[in-house]
Write a protein that binds this ligand. Structure first.
Ligand SMILES: NC(=O)c1ccc[n+]([C@@H]2O[C@H](COP(=O)([O-])OP(=O)(O)OC[C@H]3O[C@@H](n4cnc5c(N)ncnc54)[C@H](OP(=O)(O)O)[C@@H]3O)[C@@H](O)[C@H]2O)c1
Length: 390
């Protein structure tokens, strides 16, 4: 569907109660003449969803967890005349909502995959924060976008940076892509210190405020590994031409090295509202408040290699990406369970990498998997890691 500039763009937000979802709604609130929210979805948080529906008066509201529907129905007064939907089917219906021009998928985890495919099949624009979609099923996501004639605008600061740098560039000029990593809260910790870190420490990210899973994944650097795979499918480049580099200031978000030795960079304050707003505003840019960087303030920009001995999760994710097939879906599902186990105090921080390596090694490869194969691999990995856990 063509986006028309003359009236507000019809927006669906999946995962509207999360960190990215709330920031998307903040931008909608600031830009009522540019964006009209027509659909909202969360997992289980019916009361926050109902409050959002009361403010934005969408046409439909969905809860991914069907068990939360009775609570949403009790709050029907707040949701106005919105149609109430539930379960994965409900989320997919909302992702393909009639007349929706932009769908922001900010659902966390594997639950975001089918809504991504539904939005892409329907055409229009997908603002994709749910990196798990591309990690689990990159080729299927690309095929769905091609069939639907839809566009994917990444909502990840690094991928948004690379996307901006690559616009209008001949792919033959690109030598490699670099994604920056802040290094997380444990960048300078020794292996001995890492063995003793607590969930509370790991949840305190130095730069970004994010949901629980991505915060822990940023501390282990599994998140950066997932981002390599995400970039591989977004930009259609082999993994050996995509690298991560630690940059603690988190001002440079992505670098594109060209074949003549020139390197392009995108710099901005670490603020997710920039990539989200771009996904809403393109092909033009809107002005934004409080985003100026004070260039004269003497900030030094440092870059250092990732220490994969202390942070093995990055290499495990890359190995899964190189193996392709169901391997990325396997490590993604295993990581979801391992992160929860770490947050519950059942395993240590280094055990996340040990569990990932064990499940990746155990899995039976499936080349060119279908969606059914990928969902089966996801379910298998959750069981396998459950058996591995103490
Ligand atoms: N936060 C960031 O700065 C950032 C940056 C780049 C990329 N991302 C990516 O964006 C995604 C969201 O991250 P986040 O930090 O916003 O996570 P979050 O704060 O944990 O929010 C997750 C959202 O997903 C919803 N959800 C969970 N399970 C669901 C299900 N089965 N069906 C429907 N909705 C479900 C949650 O609803 P409930 O509230 O009801 O549980 C919530 O709205 C992740 O894939 C993450 O990797 C985030």
């Amino acid at each position: 569907m063509q986006i028309r500039a003359s009236r507000p763009r019809r927006l669906v937000v999946l995962g509207s109660t999360g960190t990215i979802g709330e920031q998307t709604l903040e931008l909608a609130r600031r830009n009522p003449d540019r964006v009209a929210v027509v659909g909202l979805a969360a997992g289980s948080n019916a009361s926050r969803l109902a409050r959002q529906a009361a403010e934005f008066t969408p046409e439909a509201v969905a809860v991914g967890n069907a068990g939360a529907l009775p609570e949403l129905e009790r709050q029907r007064g707040a949701t106005g005349g919105a149609e109430l939907l539930a379960g994965e089917e409900g989320l997919c219906r909302l992702a393909a909502w009639p007349g929706a021009e932009i769908v922001v998928n900010a659902v966390v985890g594997a639950a975001g995959l089918r809504p991504t495919l539904a939005a892409l099949e329907a055409g229009g624009r997908l603002g994709l924060a749910n990196k798990e979609s591309l990690v689990m099923a990159g080729p299927l996501v690309r095929a769905a976008a091609a069939r639907g004639g839809s566009e994917i605008i990444p909502i990840d600061s690094e991928h948004s940076a690379l996307w901006q740098l690559l616009q209008g560039r001949d792919p033959g000029e690109v030598h490699r892509l670099l994604l920056t990593a802040s290094g997380g809260p444990f960048r300078t910790f020794t292996s001995e210190q890492l063995a003793r870190v607590t969930p509370e420490q790991a949840l305190r990210h130095p730069t970004w405020t994010m949901g629980r899973r991505i915060t822990i994944d940023s501390a282990t650097l599994f998140n950066k590994g997932m981002e390599l795979i995400e970039a591989r499918w977004l930009f259609d480049l082999p993994l050996e031409r995509i690298e991560a580099v630690v940059h603690p200031q988190a001002v440079v978000h992505g670098l594109v090295e060209l074949i003549d030795g020139s390197t392009l960079a995108q710099l901005s304050r670490p603020d997710m509202r920039l990539p989200i707003q771009l996904a809403l505003s393109l092909p033009i840019r809107w002005p934004a408040a409080d985003v100026r960087w004070h260039w004269g303030s003497g900030t030094a920009l440092c870059f250092e290699p990732v220490d994969e001995e202390r942070f093995p999760c990055l290499g495990i994710a890359r190995a899964a990406g190189e193996a392709e097939g169901i391997a990325p879906a396997v490590v993604n599902a295993a990581d979801e369970i391992l992160v929860e186990a770490f947050l519950d105090g059942r395993i240590s921080f280094p055990a996340i990498a040990e569990g990932l390596a064990a499940v990746l090694q155990q899995h039976d490869p499936v080349p060119d998997p279908s969606l059914v194969d990928i969902l089966a691999a996801d379910a298998w990995a959750r069981r396998a890691v459950g058996e591995w856990l103490p």
